[in-house]
Design a protein around this ligand. Structure first.
Ligand SMILES: *Cc1c(COP(=O)(O)O)cnc(C)c1O
Length: 385
């Protein structure tokens, strides 16, 4: 089966991890700050704080922005469930903003309408989490204008978009947001096995995430409430977690990062080939808005069932049967049983639901060889021509 995504691990990665394994500190050592600085530099952001997963990064960034009971967080229904779950971890309420059917990211006009209504009813969100779906940045400048107008904070779920850019700036620059989070799961742009990071230009957010990832404990003498006690002394100042990354993982991530630009170029070249091969099929292809360069995390096509002789389901089943590891990203979060029990129902976010009915994710990863891609193209074309 040709998978839809796969990590690339080379000898330099293995050597970097082995070297870290043989060093004195295999966690809380010197490679973590180097990895953090490298990601922050890549993003042109001031701070990077490494954590154990993208989910942990979302959770801690929300806490650092004081999300709590009585607050609201809004995100996109077309995302991994973690984009919404982070609000519930904090005791806050979650709600969704429908997608733009063309870009498949949060619709700015739907956001503007929902904010106008929420202002009237006194139910404005504290945080909005735009999701850079499939690697394509949301319209951050437009979202930032709304953030200024309505006073919410913006947390970018950039888990798909490391290596992408928006208006000439790398995704994660946080020029139009308060913070961005990345995941280093094996299918993402760069992997550490499991891992994540919060990047931000807000030193207070960085300081709070740093404390919260390690139990809410500080040893920083300048920050102690009772500094006079002695060199052994540390203070737990709030309730945190163990959400740390290890140095083994940071060593892998740092080694991987040196190849990110090549990988994004390779993904883009593969996407170009898909675009060309599928131009005349009854498929909706990924959109390429001006001044946004996707990181091409996923290549999602939508089967236009009215025009095609096949249903999405039959295309999916036939491709799987042919050894093409297609997938569906994502089941709209609000339709998950857990979210239905919170009161969400089918019909609330029609663009997201319509997208879900026709979406199929095709294989796309840097190591996808031309012959395998040709096989995917031939299989898809054979079904839909
Ligand atoms: C992968 C992913 C996450 C969660 O990251 P983990 O590292 O798996 O916890 C969150 N949001 C999106 C959009 C993702 O793709």
């Amino acid at each position: 089966m040709i998978p839809y995504g796969r990590q690339e691990i080379d000898d330099a990665d293995v050597a970097a991890v082995v070297q870290a394994l043989r060093s004195d500190l295999i966690t809380q050592g010197p490679i973590i700050p180097r990895f953090e600085a490298a990601i922050a530099a890549r993003c042109e952001a001031a701070h990077g704080v490494a954590v154990s997963s993208g989910t942990a990064a979302l959770h801690l960034a929300c806490l650092a922005m004081d999300l709590g009971p009585g607050d609201r967080l809004w995100t996109s229904p077309i995302s991994f469930v973690a984009s919404a779950n982070c609000a519930l971890y904090c005791g806050a309420q979650v709600d969704f903003v429908d997608i733009d059917p063309v870009t498949r990211t949060m619709s700015v006009s739907a956001l503007a309408d929902k904010l106008m209504n929420a202002e009237r009813t006194g139910e404005l969100p504290r945080i909005v989490v735009p999701v850079h779906f499939a690697g394509l940045s949301c319209d951050m400048a437009a979202i930032n204008v709304l953030a200024q107008r309505y006073g919410f904070r913006v947390l970018e779920d950039a888990c798909h978009a490391l290596g992408g850019s928006y208006r000439g700036r790398p995704v994660g620059s946080c020029l139009w947001s308060d913070a961005a989070v990345f995941s280093f799961h094996p299918v993402k742009g760069v992997t550490t096995g499991e891992g994540g990071m919060v990047v931000t230009n807000d030193s207070e957010v960085a300081r709070r995430v740093t404390g919260l990832r390690s139990h809410g404990i500080t040893r920083d003498r300048g920050g102690l409430e009772d500094p006079g006690q002695g060199p052994w002394y540390y203070e737990q100042q709030e309730l945190g977690f163990n959400y740390r990354l290890t140095d083994l993982q940071a060593a892998l991530g740092l080694s991987q990062l040196s190849r990110l630009a090549d990988w994004v170029r390779r993904r883009e070249a593969l996407a170009d080939r898909y675009d060309e091969a599928f131009a005349f099929l009854p498929l909706l292809l990924p959109k390429r808005p001006d001044r946004i360069d996707s990181a091409w995390h996923l290549y999602v096509v939508e089967v236009e069932e009215a025009k095609a002789s096949q249903s999405r389901r039959s295309v999916f089943d036939e491709l799987r049967a042919a050894g093409v590891g297609v997938n569906v990203h994502y089941i709209p979060i609000h339709t998950q049983p857990y979210y239905r029990r919170l009161g969400f129902r089918l019909g609330q976010f029609p663009a997201a639901e319509a997208y879900y009915q026709q979406a199929i994710t095709l294989p796309l990863f840097p190591g996808l060889c031309q012959a395998d891609q040709d096989y995917v193209v031939k299989s898809v074309t054979g079904l839909l021509r």
